[in-house]
Design a protein around this ligand. Structure first.
Ligand SMILES: *[C@@H]1O[C@H](CO)[C@@H](O)[C@H](O)[C@H]1NC(C)=O
Ligand SMILES: *[C@@H]1O[C@H](CO)[C@@H](O)[C@H](O)[C@H]1NC(C)=O
Length: 368
């Protein structure tokens, strides 16, 4: 079965890669090591073995906040003991997406925020050589292999006693986290956070092929560019549709509005780690009721991001400001609301999440 799907995929890959790589100097098709194909610079790993030098792990801690320690997974043994890794601190994995790497600014912000907030082992995963542009099809295929290598690392972490492990994946990296989880069964990770999970090729596949609520004890997802680069369907135990989940305030004036919308998911998440206001969200029964204007802001509110309670379930809406810092704190509902048509929400401008007065309120109107 694996062979059939691999064969089918190779056909699709060669077809799409040939189109995508048109114009690159090297478009020769090479087969090497019996397990990989490459078309131009698009490398496709069919049945690779982990560890693989192209899936790298970089450790950051408060003792080395900017200079990473490379952690190699060799023959089942980590060189963690000679590093600053401390298994009594929470461990955060950060996985980038397609055509990117671990130094993407918004992912670096997440890394820094964790270290500002307290003692953490932050592990930045870099698989950039397996997901370069314009090779989206091979990146999607390699996401599964990358997940397998991350799972191997996660297994080793369990052996050194790290139990508080949280995997944060952006875009295609969110599905990589799902693939890592599939390789760990029957063990389940405590938590996975998906930041605007990628949509292309993932819209119709079954749940073993993408991030879903079964991949960890708790899966929270932040959607900021659904339909375009992210997915509209729910992927987690709790899904937050920020500003409706499709486009973000302030992004239309950006030179790259779609990139801006997509990158807001990690930007909001990074801010949530240290925010004193918080991104407070309200429940809605789904996307259609939201579009019909049936979801006015309603308490009880749930906080989105790093501090979301693990018992949160369902579809939530959140509003933000147009520029950093984005969090608005808790809202106050204005009396002239026409909830069936319009969401008019005033946010307290004071730096206190529990303040419900209208002092300094910034009105935010979501028209649907
Ligand atoms: C782990 O091993 C790799 C080489 O295998 C080395 O480059 C790296 O510095 C080691 N890390 C630590 C923290 O000792
Ligand atoms: C690990 O962290 C704990 C709690 O912060 C601390 O007490 C302990 O000394 C640390 N271990 C090492 C080897 O630094």
């Amino acid at each position: 079965m694996a062979t059939i799907s691999a064969t089918t995929f190779i056909r699709l890959f060669i077809l799409l890669a040939a189109v995508a790589c048109h114009g690159l100097a090297t478009t020769s098709v090479a087969l090497f090591r019996n397990t990989e194909f490459s078309v131009g610079r698009c490398r496709l790993v069919i049945e690779g073995t982990c560890p693989d030098p192209d899936v790298e792990f970089f450790l950051y801690t408060r003792s080395n906040p900017t200079d990473a320690q490379i952690i190699a997974v060799n023959e089942g043994l980590l060189n963690l003991t000679s590093s600053n890794f401390n298994s009594s601190h929470p461990t955060k994995f950060i996985i980038h997406g397609y055509n990117s790497d671990m130094d993407l600014d918004v992912l670096v912000d997440i890394r820094k925020a964790y270290l500002d907030e307290g003692d953490h082992n932050v592990i930045a995963v870099d698989w950039s050589r397996l997901c370069p542009g314009p090779c989206y099809p091979s990146a999607v295929y390699n996401a599964k292999f990358t997940g397998k290598c991350i799972a191997q690392f996660l297994q080793e972490l369990r052996l050194v006693g790290a139990s508080d492990v949280h995997v944060v994946g952006f875009s295609l990296g969110a599905h990589v986290a799902g693939f890592a989880a599939n390789n760990l069964r029957p063990y389940r990770l405590p938590r996975i956070t998906g930041l605007d999970p990628a949509m292309p090729f993932f819209a119709t596949v079954n749940k073993d092929q993408k991030l879903d609520a079964c991949d960890a004890d708790f899966v929270d997802v932040i959607h900021t560019n659904a339909f375009v680069q992210g997915k509209i369907e729910r992927s987690g135990d709790v899904d937050f549709y920020v500003n409706g989940g499709i486009s973000q305030p302030g992004c239309w004036s950006d030179p790259n509005p779609f990139g801006c919308n997509h990158h807001r998911a990690p930007a909001y998440f990074a801010e949530s780690i240290t925010s004193t206001k918080g991104f407070w969200a309200w429940h809605c029964s789904g996307f259609v009721p939201f579009l019909l204007g049936l979801c006015p802001p309603m308490y009880p509110a749930v906080v989105m991001g790093e501090r979301v309670p693990a018992n949160s379930r369902g579809f939530y809406l959140v509003a933000t400001g147009a520029e950093s810092p984005f969090a608005l704190g808790k809202w106050v509902t204005s009396p002239e609301d026409e909830p069936r048509h319009k969401l008019r929400v005033g946010f307290s401008g004071v730096n206190d999440i529990d303040t419900q007065g209208s002092r300094g309120a910034v009105p935010v109107v979501l028209e649907v």
